[in-house]
Design a protein around this ligand. Structure first.
Ligand code: FES
Length: 119
């Protein structure tokens, strides 16, 4: 079994104020990442699901952006308040939270077949 079954990469890229692309950090990505780490620990999932800081994921206009591998699920506009639902539905139950999918075909999930985390 691999060391981690899933990785959640959260963009924490920062740009200077006023940059036309903006950045995920100014939209609260550090708080999203911290909440993900807390919720994984609370549920005993930290040994098998890893939350990682990421640089720019090239989806700046949709930030806060995160991507979950191996499925390749791209979520955008993520807020701290969305984290429990992402963990419960996507990580634990293998469901996609449709309203958080980035509305662009370029970020469409690789597959709609998801599997539950094996403990
Ligand atoms: S700044 Fe977050 S995706 Fe580019």
């Amino acid at each position: 079994m691999p060391r981690y079954q899933r990785h959640i990469f959260v963009c924490i890229n920062e740009r200077e104020p006023g940059h036309p692309k903006g950045c995920c950090l100014e939209k609260g990505s550090a708080e999203v990442r911290d909440k993900i780490k807390d919720e994984l620990k609370k549920r005993g999932l930290a040994p098998i699901v890893r939350a990682n800081n990421a640089g720019c994921l090239d989806a700046c206009e949709f930030g806060v952006t995160l991507v979950i591998y191996p499925e390749g699920i791209w979520y955008g506009g993520v807020k701290k308040e969305d984290v429990e639902e992402i963990i419960d539905r996507t990580i634990v139950n293998g469901e996609v939270v449709q309203r958080l999918l980035i509305p662009n075909a370029r970020y469409a999930p690789d597959s709609l077949q998801y599997t539950k985390v094996q403990e």
